[in-house]
Write a protein that binds this ligand. Structure first.
Ligand SMILES: [Mg+2]
Length: 466
């Protein structure tokens, strides 16, 4: 019996989160072929597939459902390992900076948008993929070429660098970054920061985040090693300066070059892709998570977070509001769950700052009062929405629709990452489970206090239910 670990797949549209990552089993018949059994967490759907070889490489596997209830027909990539507990014991953590701990994407669009307009060009984000995780020189060369700019790469860098550095103070920490740094720092887990950016830029960027610089035992920039990522140099140098073996380091990275560098250094790597819908490309990572909120340090032998409360994670409170709009018509009609959709217009920055997932909090309706609320942010993999949306579900039975009414949300906690489901019934069941989780959690003092938040009170005219 062999154990197989699914790392990614092209059938993600239909059933990613039920299977990824899932340990499942395969029986090798000794001639390079094997029967594959897919087992979902619910153990409802199973499929079979053939492996083309049984070497320790990645394989493409075609599987089809046995019971016809789901479409497990795509190709996916697996990594074979002998059945044994996964060796994932780390004693220290090495973190990437841009895209991993800080949200540099918004800054990139802001600075490049302004810069390119001087040349009559419009930044459309098409080169974001080609800049992630690259050295500054490589990233700059990619943009100069893509936009056919009348300057050399070095001239471009000289012109753009001051524009970047004057905005470093505006770069926000990724959700979960401060929590992660405090957690590992508090438990005495040595941490290093390893980025392709020049050392001086790293220190400049983190200087705006209180407590970060002193939390890192080691900081290494791309200008301090022979080659930047995807070369393993930066990570190997970090391990050396931490005085530990590379194999005892856990790397956390957002880019593919960064993941490649970490693996080439012989380290365990958790990928937190900063570009949506790209997780299937991170096949070499040991784990792909949706955001830092989903990191489980205990998987790697590190101290677990202990701030989850009854299945929920308290987060830094954030606010969003606007008139209720008609959504995609699925809430009531397809799911039987009436969501009070908000327009994303004007909220693209807020949306990009918050990872997709299921959150909860309090909702204020101007004429009706304040109610418990659970909401999803993201693309809803089951429906594969083209745009990231916010879909709040107010946990109350309303007699009529309230389109156009001013809705304000105070988001106080996180429940889980966005997921896909093999059937609409399982999606509906999960949404109801999320609702129950939120309903109960919001009675806890840590969350219930936000029912009186001024942001809600200033909007609600009828406060009879307050
Ligand atoms: Mg990065």
């Amino acid at each position: 019996m062999l154990t197989w670990h699914i790392l990614s797949g092209t059938y993600l549209k239909n059933c990613t989160s039920n299977y990824n990552p899932v340990i499942f089993s395969a029986n090798s018949n000794g001639n390079g072929k094997a029967n594959l059994a897919l087992v979902s967490p619910q153990e409802k759907e199973k499929g079979k597939g053939n492996l083309n070889s049984n070497t320790k490489h990645k394989h493409s596997v075609r599987a089809s459902p046995q019971n016809g209830s789901i479409a497990v027909t795509g190709r996916f990539t697996v990594k074979m390992s002998i059945a044994k507990p996964l060796k994932k014991l780390a004693s220290c953590v090495i973190l990437d900076l841009d895209g991993t701990l800080i949200n540099t994407d918004a800054l990139l669009s802001d600075v490049l948008g302004g810069f390119l307009s001087k040349y009559g060009k419009q930044w459309d984000g098409r080169e974001v993929h080609n800049t992630l995780g690259k050295t500054p020189l490589e990233a700059a060369a990619a943009i100069v070429e893509a936009y056919d700019l009348p300057c050399t790469t070095n001239e471009f860098i000289s012109a753009i660098n001051p524009l970047y550095s004057e905005k470093w103070c505006n770069i926000k920490a990724q959700p979960g970054a401060n929590r992660l740094i405090k957690h590992f720092g508090g438990h005495g887990v040595p941490m290093a920061l390893a980025s392709n950016s020049p050392r001086v830029n790293i220190e400049g960027k983190i200087s705006f985040h209180q407590g970060w610089k002193e939390s890192f035992s080691v900081i290494i920039g791309g200008d301090e090693v022979a080659s930047g990522k995807p070369s393993p140099d930066i990570y190997l140098e970090a391990a050396k300066k931490l005085n530990v073996e590379p194999s005892s380091c856990l790397v956390i990275e957002d880019s593919i070059p960064g993941v490649t560098a970490g693996k080439a250094a012989g380290m365990e790597v958790v990928a937190v892709p900063s570009i949506p819908k790209q997780s299937h490309l991170y096949t070499s990572a040991d784990e792909v998570i949706n955001s830092l909120l989903d990191l489980k340090p205990e998987k790697w032998g590190l101290p677990p977070f202990q701030d989850w409360v009854e299945g929920t994670l308290p987060i830094e409170t954030w606010y969003i509001g606007g008139p209720v709009i008609k959504g995609l018509g699925r809430g009531s009609k397809v799911l039987g769950i009436p969501t009070a959709n908000l327009s994303t217009e004007g909220y693209s920055t807020v949306l990009s700052e918050h990872p997709s997932g299921v959150y909860f909090g309090w909702a204020g309706l101007s004429t009706k009062g304040v109610f418990k609320m659970v909401m999803s942010i993201g693309w809803n993999p089951y429906f594969n929405n083209p745009e990231k949306t916010i879909e709040p579900w107010l946990l109350h039975d309303f007699a009529e629709d309230f389109y156009g009414e001013d809705l304000r949300l105070v988001i106080v906690g996180y429940i889980r990452p966005e997921a896909n489901f093999s059937s609409i019934e399982s999606l509906i069941a999960k949404i109801h489970e999320d609702g129950r989780t939120a309903e109960e959690a919001l009675d806890l003092p840590i969350y219930s206090t936000y029912r009186d938040d001024p942001y809600l009170k200033s909007c609600v005219k009828d406060s009879s239910n307050l």
